[in-house]
Design a protein around this ligand. Structure first.
Ligand SMILES: NC(=O)C1=CN([C@@H]2O[C@H](COP(=O)(O)OP(=O)(O)OC[C@H]3O[C@@H](n4cnc5c(N)ncnc54)[C@H](O)[C@@H]3O)[C@@H](O)[C@H]2O)C=CC1
Ligand SMILES: O=C(O)CCC(=O)C(=O)O
Length: 412
């Protein structure tokens, strides 16, 4: 199953319950606009290199479209389309005045020098300069991109349109970025994990956690959960799984990745080292947090997943058949469109601050983030009880209702 079909499947589960007419389903599912561009740069050695870039603008019924930019060698139109659609449902679940979009370039960012990455980003903006804008479509970080990429993006866009930092979020704090945006997605994962286990009557100290991916989302989730007394027994990245059944020393690992090139865990030795994929199937893990790629839990490996709770830090880590089988087994899945919504929530706070030329304190950002996520969690939880459905279907029910309402109010 392709990535967009997976989102469509989840959408349809909720649409059935809402008795949404077929024509309305089609309108809400299909992207408004899909842009594919050529991005050519000169490499440091003088050779030309050409890549394909995408921006899919899925829906703007509730406001300007919003969503990250991914630099990864597997980026393709179908994946970007699915991620753009997830953004529409995500912004609606947490009730932000946005629609959904997503973009990316099919490139392995680890094979580019810093200057090549800058040239790539600026060349991408040259192609997208009139497609995005502060009232139209506002990009942000995702896999393979960070605050530096956001800064280059903003400055290149401003060459065409003039000063307006609200064109992109996730910028450096010194350059109109919001305090707390970098940690926001992982922090949100942590806040919601804590909320969920509280609701299930469990104690943090008794819930052993495994986190796949130790980039922006995984590392900040690990920090938050470690501080909240959860034993983190395994973390992984492309270089492997790092495991200690007694609990890893997370502050030590966070120090290690800062001191090592490209923030990778490779060479970290104060624990057992297992293959990358082993993390998903570890025994005696209560909470599994996939926070790397999509489509990692499939019909093929679902029987070997042991954790009774899954928190989707990544976008689309479960394929629908696996999701269905896990639900039947009583596994609780906190879906991506809620679990990782902390990032876009603080992106919204950044956009608001940019438009008001006013800065919030970190304390205010964290308070408002928690408030927004906890509210959304309660609503999703109640809806799942009311309809006797999974948390994912409940989140889609809320999101589809809100998008449909806005679309109807706008008239035709
Ligand atoms: N950055 C953000 O604010 C948000 C990110 N997300 C989602 O979270 C996920 C991770 O994004 P980021 O942390 O930003 O990316 P990142 O680029 O900062 O980190 C990705 C991490 O995944 C690891 N990884 C890649 N392939 C792997 C594999 N096969 N096995 C184990 N680890 C692997 C990488 O080594 C790296 O540690 C993505 O699905 C993204 O769409 C969702 C919401 C917001
Ligand atoms: O911060 C944002 O605007 C979007 C982040 C993102 O791409 C996501 O939530 O998947």
């Amino acid at each position: 199953m392709r990535a967009f079909e997976a989102v469509q499947y989840y959408f349809d589960q909720a649409a059935e319950i809402l008795e949404l007419p077929a024509a309305v389903r089609e309108t809400l599912l299909m992207a408004k606009r899909e842009v594919t561009v050529q991005v050519t740069i000169e490499r440091d050695n003088g050779e030309l290199a050409t890549f394909v870039g995408y921006r899919v603008q899925h829906n703007n019924s509730r406001g300007p479209m919003k969503g990250g930019l991914r630099y990864h060698h597997e980026v393709n139109l179908d994946e970007v389309r699915s991620l753009a659609s997830l953004m529409t449902w995500k912004t609606a679940v947490v009730d932000l005045p946005y629609g959904g979009a997503k973009g990316g370039i099919g490139v392995n960012p680890r094979e580019l020098s810093l200057r090549e990455k800058e040239r790539l980003t600026r060349a991408f903006v040259d192609q997208l300069r009139d497609v995005v804008g502060p009232d139209r479509d506002i990009p942000a970080p995702d896999m393979g991109t960070d605050f530096r990429v956001m800064s280059w993006f903003r400055h290149q866009w401003e060459k065409y349109h003039g000063f307006n930092p609200a064109v992109i979020t996730g910028k450096p704090v010194e350059e109109y970025g919001a305090k707390g945006r970098e940690e926001a997605t992982g922090r949100g994962v942590g806040i919601l994990t804590t909320k969920l286990i509280g609701r299930l009557g469990k104690k943090a100290e008794k819930c052993r956690v495994a986190i796949q991916g130790f980039g922006n989302v995984g590392s900040h989730a690990a920090k938050f959960l470690h501080d909240a007394q959860f034993p983190i027994v395994a973390v992984s990245d492309v270089t492997g799984t790092y495991y200690n059944p007694e609990g890893l020393n997370i502050p030590d690992i966070l120090r290690y990745i800062l001191e090592h090139p490209q923030g990778q865990l490779s060479g970290y030795s104060n624990c057992e080292h297992l293959p990358s994929d082993a993390l998903l199937e570890l025994e005696e893990v209560e909470i599994l947090i996939p926070a790397a790629l999509g489509g990692v839990i499939t019909a093929e490996n679902v029987d070997r997943i042991r954790a009774p709770i899954i928190i989707e830090g990544a976008n689309g880590p479960l394929f629908p058949l696996a999701d269905k089988l896990l639900h039947e087994r009583g596994v609780i899945v906190l879906p991506d469109i809620l679990a990782n919504a902390g990032g876009v929530t603080v992106s919204y706070f950044e956009w608001v601050q940019n438009r008001q030329h006013y800065r919030w304190s970190l304390d205010r950002v964290r308070r408002e983030l928690e408030h927004t996520l906890v509210d959304a969690f309660e609503h999703v939880w109640e809806t799942s009880q009311q309809h006797d459905v999974s948390l994912r279907t409940a989140a889609f029910i809320i999101a589809i209702r809100r998008v449909r309402r806005a679309w109807e109010l706008a008239g035709r």
